[in-house]
Design a protein around this ligand. Structure first.
Ligand code: PRX
Length: 653
């Protein structure tokens, strides 16, 4: 990340909201100031008013914020809602025939769903889930390709009060099994396979393998037929989606749940080897999904929104499965890779479906930028009016390309900072009101008290001095806990400053205008192509291989992926060289793909006889990071037992 940081440090370009955009925007400078003022004067009143305005409540709430079990904060506790009702039913009268989803598969198949059709399919699948014995509070794992049925499955769970946990289809059978077991899921919803990168991703095979390796809680598997490549079905356990819905009515009374009812769990990486199940609420989560789609994406009824994220990540929850639907918007869902059949696929999709608001990750922008301007220029992108990015700091070069080539210099760019834990955007420009600077996520949203503090928790007022990014007050869409591990929740997010504020795990600085610039993670979490990976997780995967004695994993800057994964490995036997080293590298890369998933494959593996450690036996990660970057080592390495190891770590010996 540090190269990005260096390059954004001196960024001085400022882009004012285009007048034409601002004139029609939902929020302008004045209305935004009014919201900020209200939040400052009456924090709880501000949130209560938003919640009453935006959500259709079955039972209205009277308690706004319950702090009795802090830091397990609860919001709108005595209210009752159903998230699926808020996303579907409430639009039927006025928008029943409006397109909710335009789905395009990687092979080019297109299917559109109106709100009425989507409602019918969600209801029917919800009834199927009930018929299979799923009840309110049960956990259901969804392991699917990026197809409309993934959203239907999520909405159906929400409708009956089942808590879903979507596992990204790129995760391996092993990673799937761990998540299924941690959640204690009774059911897995999957597909035979998905189309990605002109190949079939064999999802059902991975589910079979996960279950074979032990998932005692799983009773049923529902299999949607997408690729139709013929997968074995296990009698009495596996049910075809088509068979499950056959004969089920297309109406299903929503299950009214408490505001705090867990809508979903989503596993994400942290500092230890074990991913954490981030638990989100129903009402508080939904509220931020609605507000940010309005405020930050400025979604209007006439817009066509496309967020390219997979539902396996939080972005695909808030900005595909829930937020746009809660607003009654039209959105595009695309199954496959951006480069199939060629580097113009995203732009072709955007043009053909008349996309107006487009949201993607810097890594995708950098990858597509490398392919040249001819691809985007070959498509009519004139309908675009707003662009967004998420997941990692965007380098100004990529920002400028996005602005110039994709946005035709007329579209504001919203760089949105948030996390799995925050549920929705936290720091992001309001496009009709806030000027942008390439590489900065600008200012906190109304009601979000973001701050940068020093080790003691004092606000850093000096411009451009880095510190810890924190949120000073609980907010409705925050995570409620780590599933099954309250202690980890309290320690990770509230431990450092004695429960005074939420620790995001990022470092950041503010410039003289108060704009936030995210500098990177402060923990051992890597950001590879906008995806969070714990170094400890990859290390545990490596040492699980019989040939490996010890491993240390760090990141190094990568011009497309943001960060690349470098693994230093000590084998049980001799240190391999030449073709032996190449063969072992391949074995270990494939091994990590099997243990976690292809996204976690180390880019470089360096075999060594020793690792640099402190006197107390801790691996000197900072030194390893410098070596990975190819920096000259100037720090004190006198504690190293064997200086020859440095040459090995540098790959020179
Ligand atoms: O380090 C920050 C980075 O991604 C982390 C959150 O990752 P995850 O929970 O997987 O969610 C990604 C999608 C919301 C953050 O702690 N990050 C996210 N957005 C940005 C960012 N870094 C810089 N700029 C952003 N806009």
């Amino acid at each position: 990340m540090s190269e990005n940081i260096e390059s954004v440090l001196h960024e001085e370009r400022v882009f004012q909201p285009p007048q034409a955009f601002a004139a029609e925007a939902r929020l302008n400078g004045e209305s935004l100031s009014a919201l900020h003022r209200q939040a400052a004067e009456d924090y709880e009143g501000f949130w209560a008013e938003r919640a009453r305005e935006e959500i259709s409540w079955q039972t209205p709430f009277s308690t706004i914020l319950d702090e009795s079990d802090a830091p397990h904060y609860r919001w709108f506790t005595d209210g009752q809602i159903n998230v699926s009702y808020n996303c579907l039913d409430r639009h039927l009268a006025e928008r029943g025939d409006k397109t909710a989803i335009v789905f395009e598969g990687e092979p080019g198949d297109v299917r559109k769903y109106t709100y009425r059709e989507l409602h019918a399919e969600v209801c029917q699948f919800a009834n199927a889930l009930k018929a299979q014995g799923i009840r309110k509070g049960d956990r259901v794992v969804i392991y699917m390709p990026m197809i409309a049925e993934a959203v239907i499955a999520m909405q159906a769970c929400a409708r009956i009060g089942a808590t879903h946990s979507v596992v990204f289809g790129g995760f391996s059978a092993e990673a799937l099994r761990d998540r299924v077991n941690d959640a204690g899921a009774r059911m897995i919803i999957t597909a035979d396979g998905g189309h990605r990168g002109a190949k079939i991703v064999p999802l059902k095979a991975a589910v079979d393998e996960a279950i074979e390796h032990g998932t005692p809680s799983v009773e049923k598997v529902i299999v949607f037929e997408r690729t139709r490549h013929g997968v074995p079905m296990v009698e009495s356990r596996d049910v075809r989606w088509q068979d499950a819905i056959a004969g089920q009515p297309q109406a299903c009374e929503p299950e009214w749940v408490d505001a705090e009812h867990p809508l979903f769990l989503l596993y994400t990486s942290g500092s230890t080897g074990k991913p954490k199940g981030i638990q989100h609420s129903s009402a508080g989560y939904l509220l931020q999904a609605i507000l940010t789609n309005k405020w930050v994406f400025d979604l209007h009824d006439r817009d066509v929104f496309w967020c390219t994220a997979d539902v396996g990540w939080i972005t695909g929850h808030t900005y595909v499965a829930y937020g746009p639907l809660a607003l009654g918007a039209t959105q595009v869902i695309y199954e496959g890779a951006p480069t199939v059949p060629d580097g113009g696929r995203f732009w072709k999709l955007a043009a053909e479906h008349a996309v107006t608001v487009f949201y993607t990750a810097p890594t995708a922008i950098r990858a597509l930028m490398k392919l040249g301007d001819a691809f985007p220029q070959g498509h009519d992108l004139s309908r675009l009016r707003l662009l967004g990015t998420v997941g990692e700091p965007i380098n100004p070069e990529a920002w400028m390309w996005y602005h110039r080539v994709i946005g035709g210099e007329r579209c504001p760019i919203v760089d949105t900072w948030w996390q799995t834990e925050t549920g929705g955007h936290m720091i992001a420009p309001i496009p009709g009101a806030v000027a942008t600077k390439p590489g900065s996520c600008t200012l906190a949203l109304p009601g979000i008290l973001a701050d940068v503090v020093d080790e003691q928790g004092n606000t850093i007022t000096e411009a451009d001095r880095g510190g810890y990014l924190v949120i000073r007050k609980p907010w409705p869409s925050m995570l409620r806990t780590v599933w099954g591990d309250d202690e980890r929740y309290r320690k990770t997010y509230w431990g450092m400053f004695d429960g005074r504020f939420y620790l995001a795990g990022d470092s950041a600085r503010r410039d003289a205008d108060g704009y936030f610039w995210i500098m990177g993670r402060i923990d051992d979490v890597l950001n590879v192509s906008g995806h969070r990976l714990g170094t400890m997780e990859i290390e545990s995967a490596l040492v699980a291989h019989e040939a490996v004695a010890e491993a240390a994993v760090v990141g190094r800057p990568h011009d497309v992926k943001g960060e690349a994964i470098v693994a230093y490995v000590i084998l049980r036997g001799e240190r391999p060289t030449g073709t032996d080293a190449d063969a072992m590298t391949k074995t270990l890369r494939d091994w990590v793909a099997k243990e976690i998933g292809p996204i976690a494959k180390p880019d470089d593996i360096r075999f060594t006889e020793g690792l640099p450690k402190t006197r107390s036996g801790k691996i000197m990660r900072r030194l390893l990071r410098s070596i990975a970057k190819g920096e000259v080592i100037t720090s004190d390495i006198s504690t190293l037992e064997n200086e020859a190891v440095i040459a090995q770590l540098q790959g020179k010996a």
